[in-house]
Design a protein around this ligand. Structure first.
Ligand code: UDX
Ligand code: ADP
Length: 454
């Protein structure tokens, strides 16, 4: 079987590398219009940082895993086509700021139609609004009718930083297909592909719409947990409760469960906000205003948490950060990735620059993306890979990504090179606060009482 994936990004690249590794008899080709990206996939400097990914790619590259910019030939030769092009939030026109921008995706559908001379199974991998598969089917069916296209929904649930483990042993694989003979045959072909390494009982099959909605719902529920614990972190700071203790206590209730209850400076990443806004837009489209408002609040709480973090920094630092050097530890939206899409660090850096602080950003993997995200204000920002150098002359350190290396730093050394009084704002609760306080820092964590010498 020939499998093609259109879109060599965070989803398409790792997913196809895993399929190629697990199914050596299947020829997997990944195409993208971005030639630099494809060149990077062919090299040892992959375009995305993901622990363990290079080993998986190297195992199959050149054997049954190929990267190319020739989208048309790829389509012509494929039996099964995964579509994982980007579907950003619309920035213009109707639904701007909320609806998904489907222009790349629609172009892809038309390109598939134009280059197909044999039947194809087309698999939606990108997260798309519910009922997008129907639109894709309509575009594909607008051809002469000699070629049959069967559209499936197969959303990807991998999380960045743990993509390889998630792909190797997923909680579930979800496949949505039509309840027709051809639809079910296509579903079976995809089930068989995954069943090479995923236990059958973890491969769920549903109708197309349930599958599409489940992806949005899963991300909405996960983000809601983060917003829920973050909302309580504000209350903890106002009282003497400790958010980590509260999270532990509620997480031991097996109905709630312990994961995804870490209070933070806010969630980021390419999916959570986009998918919730998509869900909100969808609800509004169907006249379900109360449902839309309910989910919108998850996103609003996330913005509140980021604004609150900056407001707290300013207020603790004697109501001004103007002219002060602030070292930001971590720019990625979470640890173990270089991805900065929707990272809270973007909005926080911007607000600090607006307050006329001198911002120095440190991150082991994300500095290139940081430079791109903040290109319009780079004249007021410095990038410094070495965290000790970043702290030199700084009034405050703000930890915005929970990289292991920050917990392992020699903070006596950091303290020595900083201005006094020295402040630490731990937006990820990943440091030893008592130890920092004993060194001399004034420590402000999320959802915990301040440890201040002032
Ligand atoms: C998410 C989903 O987990 C994944 O299933 C889906 O396919 C894509 O979206 P991802 O965005 O890679 O994955 O990262 P995730 O681990 O879910 O974290 C999202 C954000 O929430 C990060 O900024 C993270 O730091 C934050 N977070 C997560 C918290 O602030 N607290 C937590 O307890 C958990
Ligand atoms: P995700 O996180 O969903 O994987 P990315 O932005 O990382 O999203 O990747 C999407 C990829 O899709 C990008 O590399 C982009 O160049 C590619 N892409 C977008 N439109 C097309 C298209 N029409 N044909 C081929 N590739 C495309």
């Amino acid at each position: 079987m020939n499998v093609l994936c259109i879109g060599a990004g965070y989803v398409g690249g790792p997913t196809m590398a895993m399929i190629a590794k697990q199914c050596p008899d299947v020829k997997v080709t990944v195409v993208d219009i971005n030639a630099d990206r494809i060149e990077a996939w062919k090299s040892d400097q992959l375009p995305i940082y993901e622990p363990g990914l290079l080993d998986v790619v190297k195992e199959s590259r050149g054997r049954n895993l190929f990267f190319s910019t020739d989208v048309d030939t790829g389509i012509a030769e494929a039996d099964m086509i995964f579509v994982s092009v980007n579907t950003p939030t619309k920035t213009f026109g109707q639904g701007a700021g909320r609806a998904a921008d489907l222009q790349y995706w629609e172009k892809t559908a038309r390109q598939i139609l134009a280059n197909s001379t044999s039947d194809k199974i087309v698999v939606e991998k990108s997260t798309l609004p519910v009922r997008t598969a129907a639109a894709m089917q309509r575009i594909l069916d607008s051809g002469s009718g000699d070629v049959h296209f069967e559209v499936l929904s197969n959303p990807e649930f991998l999380a960045e930083g743990t993509a390889i483990a998630d792909l190797e042993s997923p909680d579930r694989v979800l496949i949505g297909g039509h309840d027709t003979a051809r639809g079910q045959k296509a579903v079976q072909a995809l089930v068989d592909l995954y069943a090479t390494w995923v236990p059958r009982d973890r491969v769920l099959t549903t109708n197309v719409w349930s599958s599409e909605l489940s992806k949005l719902a899963a991300n909405a529920f996960l983000a809601q947990r983060v917003s829920s614990i973050n909302s309580l972190s504000a209350l903890c700071e106002a009282t003497e409760a400790d958010v980590a203790e509260v999270a532990r206590a509620i997480g031991m209730d097996s109905r709630i469960g312990p994961r995804f209850l870490n209070a933070s400076v806010g969630f980021g990443g390419s999916c959570f906000k986009k998918d919730i806004l998509n869900l909100v837009y969808l609800c509004e489209t169907y006249g379900l205003t109360d449902v839309a408002d309910y989910w919108q609040q998850v996103v609003s709480m996330n913005a509140y948490q980021q604004n609150r973090f900056v407001a707290n920094m300013i207020s603790q630092m004697f109501n001004t950060v103007a002219g002060k050097v602030i070292a930001i530890y971590g720019f990625a939206f979470k640890a173990d990735t270089g991805d900065t899409r929707e990272s809270p660090a973007i909005c926080i850096s911007r607000q600090l620059v607006e307050e006329r602080a001198e911002v120095v950003i440190s991150d082991p993997q994300a500095l290139e993306n940081a430079e791109h995200d903040l290109s319009d204000i780079m004249d007021r920002i410095r990038l410094e890979k070495d965290p000790y150098e970043a702290a030199r002359g700084a009034h405050a350190v703000a930890v915005l990504t929970e990289w292991d290396l920050y917990a392992e730093l020699d903070f006596e050394r950091v303290f020595e090179v900083m201005m006094k009084p020295a402040f630490i704002f731990d937006g990820r609760n990943c440091l030893d606060h008592k130890k920092l306080f004993d060194i001399g820092f004034n420590v402000f964590a999320v959802g915990k009482a301040a440890l201040s010498h002032l």
